[in-house]
Design a protein around this ligand. Structure first.
Ligand code: NAP
Length: 326
């Protein structure tokens, strides 16, 4: 496993990491989470991604219970959570949902710490931008979260380059803790933001990236080429918003072409797609997802594929994916 600095910070993250969106609580219970965390850790993974909103808070509980059972030294692993949507969305919840205001953020971290059963969270993210809260208020609240010792580093997820730079500059001017990392979607069909929009930020402010959905929710495994398998993410309740993208004919035809390259370099198409994302030097870690152990084991094999992605192979992959990527 390669380890990379999280942007310009001193924190080293494994090039492949493991997240819990959709899977924890819904597909992966605490016992399975424990086995999969252990397998990932044994393969060198040191970062495990989560969010307050995943399974309405239950994903944090599952991960926290599994970590407790694993009894790893706290220095050896990194966990994250993210805030924005809030858990109490009914009634008078106006200040506790879809927001990055100071009140919500200062209370949300306490809820996450309780569900995880931890004293601090390593990485905390603003899960989406909030157009109704001044960036300065959010920067101040996130910086205070770090000063309180409840979190160590903070960053953003799916913020515009302009908003990330504004947050960094406010923190710089006011001597506050600066945002260190962004968490954007990045895969063969979703490239624009990482490759173009953020381009100046890597050097200018030392932005690190913890990228999500390397398999485009499973599309890049090839499992959707003949429709929707009954045991797949696209068949799950509440996941209907993914169906059009996952069954898109042009994308599935591109995956068939990628199969040929994968076979030539001796890996699966999933491994090729994950290794492709990890090969971008601006990516600190690729957050993978798996609903079962066999998927995790396959995906971890992407580590060994990185060096097979020669410039010639990358050019062939580019020719297939770039024309239809966002
Ligand atoms: N910041 C954000 O807004 C944001 C958004 C999304 C995700 N994330 C983070 O990024 C992590 C990864 O995202 P993701 O889960 O969408 O990643 P992904 O790699 O694009 O999709 C993972 C899903 O694809 C299927 N899969 C994975 N490996 C497979 C294999 N080898 N063969 C067949 N199917 C396979 C599984 O679903 P099925 O078995 O159910 O089909 C699995 O849950 C999340 O857990 C979360 O931590 C962050």
């Amino acid at each position: 496993m390669q380890y990379r600095r999280l942007g310009h910070s001193g924190l080293q993250v494994s090039a492949l990491s493991l997240g819990s969106w959709v899977t924890y609580h819904n597909q992966v219970d605490t016992a399975a989470a424990r086995e999969m965390l252990a397998a990932a850790f044994d393969a060198g993974v040191n970062f495990f991604d989560n969010a307050e909103a995943y399974a309405g808070g239950k994903s944090e509980t599952v991960m926290g219970d599994a970590l407790k059972a694993l009894k790893w030294p706290r220095l050896n692993y990194i966990v994250s959570t993210k805030f924005y949507w809030g858990l109490d969305r009914e009634g008078q919840a106006v200040n506790r949902k879809d927001t990055l205001n100071r009140k919500y953020l200062s209370q949300a971290i306490d809820g996450s710490l309780t569900r995880f059963g931890l004293d601090f969270i390593d990485l905390v993210y603003c899960h989406r931008p909030d157009p109704h809260t001044p960036i300065e208020e959010t920067v101040w609240a996130m910086s205070d979260m770090i000063d309180s010792g409840k979190a160590l580093y903070w960053g953003t997820s799916e913020w515009s380059a302009e908003a990330i730079r504004a947050a960094w500059e406010i923190a710089d001017r006011r001597n506050l803790h600066k945002p260190v990392m962004e968490q954007p979607q990045y895969n063969l069909f979703h490239r624009e933001r990482v490759e173009k929009e953020y381009a100046a930020l890597y050097e200018d402010i030392g932005l690190g990236l913890t990228t999500w959905s390397p398999l485009a929710s499973g599309l890049l495994t090839g499992k959707y080429r003949d429709g929707i398998p009954a045991d797949s993410r696209a068949a799950m309740a509440g996941m209907g918003f993914l169906v059009d993208g996952l069954t898109d004919a042009a994308r599935n035809a591109a995956v068939v072409q990628l199969d040929t390259i994968a076979a030539e370099i001796g890996c699966s198409t999933s491994q090729l797609a994950i290794a492709w994302a990890a090969r971008n030097p601006h990516v600190s870690t690729v957050i993978t997802g798996a609903s079962r152990m066999a998927q995790l084991q396959e995906n971890l094999g992407a580590s060994a594929v990185l060096e097979r992605l020669t410039p010639e192979v990358m050019a062939r992959i580019d020719a297939i994916s770039a024309p239809i990527a966002m």
